[in-house]
Design a protein around this ligand. Structure first.
Ligand SMILES: NC(=O)c1ccc[n+]([C@@H]2O[C@H](COP(=O)([O-])OP(=O)(O)OC[C@H]3O[C@@H](n4cnc5c(N)ncnc54)[C@H](O)[C@@H]3O)[C@@H](O)[C@H]2O)c1
Length: 303
């Protein structure tokens, strides 16, 4: 995607984090925006702020509900007539080992991080297929969709699923000769967003307040790890620039933490060499997901 002015962007999870950052950059480039989120108050603030420089509409949407996504897409088409960029950024994180994490949490993250993207792809892809200039789609996954580590099996499961779904859909679009639709899968390591506050976004239908898990050590350890990881993550500002560079250069994988590349290669090698996941091996690796010297941005700033 090289032309942004007057093009239409539909962005989920736009009240915070990556969704908000992408909306800011899209507004700066003269795009017309439809912003979706379930956090109505914050969404309104973002829409008002960006509305000073661009055409912006926002809708309160729970992305775990297919009918709400369908309605939002219909409203976007009624209003703007087309969708040139879809960004699937709404998502949450839930920690905890599989033998302790309530099934309700699995249902929540699978719907918020995976099914939400299935719903919007099912609705938006047929629209883009009919548009003369196709469109671009960014599915937000994570480095956790390419490599694994302890504490969050549900999170890894959804992120591997998003990467696999996006890769497989890219083949299907080629078979369908839809070469003007460009897919991108965004796989960052830790970035300083609001992700460590996911609990605040839990829809009532996935709440189980009396479940002893939420008083457990496993839950507290997981929450503390998420808070540390997110608070020490990369600044959103730098990530935003890289996302748009990858859009302009039509890069399928948006990899913002270059220092993590050896982990991706290492995992693929472990698979073919049949090396089982091992905590000691993991602990011996450099912490490239935090070390600023291993990041793409440190290199850029050192130039
Ligand atoms: N921050 C990181 O370090 C990091 C790294 C890799 C991947 N990710 C992924 O990026 C995506 C966005 O997360 P973020 O880091 O920007 O977090 P964030 O919490 O700052 O933003 C997520 C947004 O999604 C919205 N949301 C959550 N559930 C929703 C629902 N059911 N319906 C509508 N909106 C909903 C929230 O209100 C929030 O505005 C997530 O999928 C996350 O897993 C984040």
């Amino acid at each position: 995607m090289q032309e942004f002015k007057n093009k239409v962007a539909l962005i989920t999870g736009a009240a915070h984090g990556f969704g908000m950052a992408i909306a800011e950059e899209a507004a700066k480039r003269g795009m017309k925006l439809m912003l979706l989120d379930q956090d109505e108050a914050s969404l309104k603030q973002v829409a008002e702020r960006l509305g000073k420089e661009a055409e912006v509409k926002s809708l309160r949407v729970d992305v775990t509900e297919e009918s709400q996504i369908d309605d939002a897409v219909d409203k976007t088409i009624e209003l703007y007539g087309e969708i040139n960029l879809l960004v699937n950024s709404a998502g949450v994180a839930v920690p905890g080992p599989i033998w302790e994490l309530p099934v309700r949490d699995w249902e929540w993250i699978l719907h918020a991080d995976l099914m939400s993207q299935v719903y919007s792809l099912r609705k938006v892809l047929p629209i883009m297929m009919k548009q003369e200039d196709g469109g671009d789609i960014i599915n937000v996954a994570s480095l956790a969709g390419l490599v694994t580590s302890p504490l969050m099996p549900a999170y890894y499961a959804t992120k591997f699923a998003v990467v696999g779904m996006t890769e497989a859909t890219a083949y299907d679009l080629q078979l369908a000769k839809q070469d003007k639709i460009h897919l991108h899968v965004f796989c960052p390591a830790f970035v300083h967003t609001n992700l460590d506050h996911s609990e605040e976004y839990r829809p009532d239908k996935y709440a189980e307040p009396g479940d002893p898990y939420y008083q457990s050590e496993a839950f507290k350890i997981g929450q503390a790890a998420a808070q540390k990881d997110i608070a020490t993550g990369m600044p959103l500002e730098d990530v935003k620039a890289e996302i748009f560079k990858c859009l302009e250069e039509n890069k399928f994988y948006i990899l913002t933490h270059k220092g993590a590349n050896p982990l991706i290669v290492g995992r693929a090698k472990n698979v073919v060499d049949n090396v089982a996941p091992n905590l000691e091996v993991l602990a011996s690796l450099p912490d490239v997901t935090h070390d600023p010297n291993a990041s793409l941005f440190a290199e850029k700033k050192a130039d």
